[in-house]
Design a protein around this ligand. Structure first.
Ligand code: PLP
Length: 371
């Protein structure tokens, strides 16, 4: 069935469609081109990136550059270590408490939606969990404003961007009084933050910084080594730090794609420059939603995500027609998560302003015909 949909589209070539997918998602065209070349011939070696050893003078510089670029883009201090690990952000849901939370201790979590709930579930396997703030009652359409964090908590965990609900923390709880940990999977490096104020940041690469198969962890090494349980070798952050993120075979190609994407981000002017573009994209889309009576935003305005915009239609009977129109026009991924319905449009770093302009023009045309 999927194949049929693709076959019905006019051929547009790489980059010729507008990709609003939520993840895995759009990456810069330059990254696809260079990664493709590296599969055929990596750095003029006559070898594919897929057939080289990771402990070689071919791959080690890739890992080193990827780690250095993260440090540079985040302006990390010397206490923060950058790791590229396997297992996706979902593995971090358990790896974080396994490394930081003793069985008799308390961790504080914010309950902001699907992803936060999954993180909370895993933490409960390792110790006690309190909920510092929740927006479950309003169906996760906002971000909690007043947190209650126990001073004895070993950390506070937040999900900076709830990819499914379409909410985003605008003001970070830097002053929560305990180490701050963030799942930044869907807004990593999309806006300027005081990254050093986080003691641990993790993110699956496939939303905003690369291909699936690798996740980024930026950890303040001073918070490690305090739990009494035995940690399996592969899950102990300290072992990865000691081995410069090469404890075992890393996902070589995914790390390479992340490195290329980080290089691209630096070339755009870094996080501050991309934030400006991200703000412009989100402002245009939300302005369009708010100004057209057929569309309706669902998230509290001050908490709207700049990465994932969620909206519905005043008349749900029109949703299929709009959805079909988007598909015909090569607008990929304009659809709500199966658990929420309506529409979700993802605006990650690599999505161009032109794509948002094309979509908002389509929305205006549609609204005019219906209005
Ligand atoms: C996608 C996502 C995850 C899960 O990532 P995986 O890499 O699939 O494990 C976790 N948290 C957030 C906020 C996400 O958007």
């Amino acid at each position: 069935m999927k194949e049929k949909q693709v076959a019905n589209l006019p051929f547009r070539g790489l980059g010729g469609v507008h990709n609003f997918n939520a993840g895995p998602s759009v990456l810069p065209k330059e990254v696809f081109e260079e990664a493709s070349r590296a599969i055929l011939d990596f750095n003029d070696t006559g070898l594919s990136i897929l057939e080289i050893g990771h402990r070689t003078n071919l791959f080690e510089p890739v890992m080193a550059e990827a780690r250095a670029l993260v440090k540079e883009l985040m302006q990390s201090d010397d206490d923060h270590e950058v790791l590229f690990l396997h297992g996706g952000a979902t593995t971090q849901f358990m790896q974080v408490p396994m490394n930081l939370l003793n069985e008799n201790e308390l961790a504080s979590y914010t309950d902001t939606g699907t992803w936060a709930v999954k993180a909370i579930k895993e933490a409960k396997l390792f110790g006690h969990v309190e909920i510092a703030g929740s927006t479950k009652e309003d169906n996760y359409t906002s971000i909690p404003k007043n947190l209650l964090v126990s001073p004895t908590a070993v950390y506070l965990h937040i999900t900076t961007n709830e990819t499914i609900a379409g909410t985003q923390w605008k003001k970070m709880p830097y002053d929560c009084g305990v180490p701050l940990i963030a799942d930044m999977s869907s807004d990593i490096l999309s806006r300027v933050l005081d990254f050093n104020k986080f003691d641990l940041i993790y993110a699956g690469a496939q939303k905003n910084m690369g291909a699936a198969g690798v996740n980024l962890v930026v950890v303040n090494k001073n918070i490690l080594g305090k739990v009494t349980r035995s940690i399996p070798t592969i899950l102990d952050y300290r072992n990865h730090i000691k081995e410069s993120s090469m404890l075992n075979t890393p996902p070589v190609f995914a790390v390479y794609v992340a490195m290329l994407t980080l290089r691209w981000l630096k070339k755009q002017g870094g996080v501050a420059a991309i934030e400006k573009i991200n703000n412009a994209k989100a402002a245009l889309l939300y302005k369009t939603i708010d100004s057209l009576p057929v569309f309706k935003g669902v998230v509290a305005k001050e908490d709207r995500s700049n990465m994932n915009a969620v909206f519905i239609m005043e008349d749900p009977g029109l949703e299929k027609e709009f959805s079909d129109l988007c598909k015909r026009e090569g607008m990929i991924g304009v659809k709500g998560h199966r658990s929420v319905g309506g529409f979700r449009v993802s605006l990650y770093n690599a999505l161009k302003l032109e794509s948002v302009e094309a979509l908002t023009d389509l929305m205006k045309d549609f609204a005019n015909k219906k209005g």
